[in-house]
Write a protein that binds this ligand. Sequence first.
Ligand code: NDP
Length: 467
Amino acid sequence: MDNHAADIGLIGLGTMGANLALNIAENGFRVAVHNRTVEKIEGFMHDAGPLTSQLVACDTVEELIRAIKPPRAVILMVPAGPVVDEYIATLRALMDDDDIVIDAGNANFQDTNRRAASGAPFLGIGVSGGEEGARFGPSIMGGGRKVHWDRVAPILQAIAADYQGTPCATWMGEGGAGHAVKTVHNGIEYADMQMIAEAYGIMRDGMGLQPAQIGAVFEGWNTGALKSYLMEISATVSKAVDPQTNAPVLDIILDRAGQKGTGRWTAIEAQHLGVPATVIEAAVAARNLSSRLEMRIKGESLFGAAPQRLADGQLTIDTLGNALIAGKIMCYTQGFELLAALSAAHNWTLPMPEIAKVWREGCIIRSTMLNDMANALSESPDANLMFSDFFARLMRETQTDLRQTVSLAAQSGLPAPALSAGLSYFDMMRTGQSTANLIQAQRDFFGAHGFERRDAEGAHHGPWGSN
Ligand code: NDP
């Protein structure tokens, strides 16, 4: 065999692609690499150090294809959208019929469904974990035909994060299933980040704590039920000091958050499918609102700044921590409900416990609670997470703290949209008699839509004309 024969190809040596290629090489596989800007390939090879011997630099896509052992597999790690379609067209013209194209970027899963429908071997895999994850072990959510997944699974499982001996690389289903799971992952990520940011705001503006003190609280929370990567990095960034000014780094960062759109996709899908993903929607809206900096400043000069200090002892750190636990349960309950709806709508059989498992390590939302979720979903995969024994008990223990936190925040003008959305969802989910009877009466009044009666079958109309 040609000693240049690579096990797999990778196109796109940006942040993610370069690190993924090194990870694959380090795990003993030979990788052929290509990048649009050819000069970057040389720099990449130079920086690869001892791993260079596992890498085959290819200046053209044609060279890349020649360098890979058939049947081939080529990973694309480029921006989602038309670039992926262009590369697929280029690759397919050069590849054999059974060669696989793998889109490992953050594609919209509807695009992945479309690309998979062409029939040519294609996998859409969601990769989470950022730069560090790509290099040392990401969480991988695979989609496409199982036979194609099985062909590349040894490589993907070798490079993935490992949770107590189990690789975090799982096949989720046909077509866009992997990218759909990654999309919901990112929606949950938005919500998890937003709720931690709300707790930060309550401590900063409601309790008057300094960033380093807040960092210490996050550190404390990171030893219990809230232990997670996002809590860990929140502690680190809260304690960091700017070397130029000696000020806390948090105090010099502009309060305007960016986004690439995956949270929005999650909210849009939830709306399409009629699934209440209100915690995620609130988080997406909060990012949108954060970007309206000038308008917020104008609002502050018009109405005065909202946040008021809480009285000493009015809200304890423990209560706030429990509120985050309850909010997190609501967020994941909604996320798994959305996954179940996506599964039904696209004829997938998304493996709920396996999704919780694949998120336990490597990805941005990795947390201790995900192991509890994996256990709860293994016991009853179709159940609403908040109704499982474990999380129902945890909600009973923490819901009053969520209520106290949200109500004190509201009274003090401390914005807590995601935590509030979680509380409203909880309250609606345990309301046997809602107010939708009035909505039905209104709908029947203006649109003759009819309503169901409590005491009789069928559709009925109200006596509106006679009153
Ligand atoms: P980068 O911007 O770092 O790299 C982009 C890569 O795509 C580069 O190799 C670039 O080549 C190439 N590229 C860009 N535009 C074109 C084009 N028009 N034609 C050909 N090649 C092009 O991106 P990332 O590595 O951060 O992201 C890659 C993918 O991974 C994206 O889909 C992203 O959403 C996803 N992702 C990113 C994560 C992250 O934390 N950054 C996490 C998980 C997924 P060139 O050098 O020539 O510009």
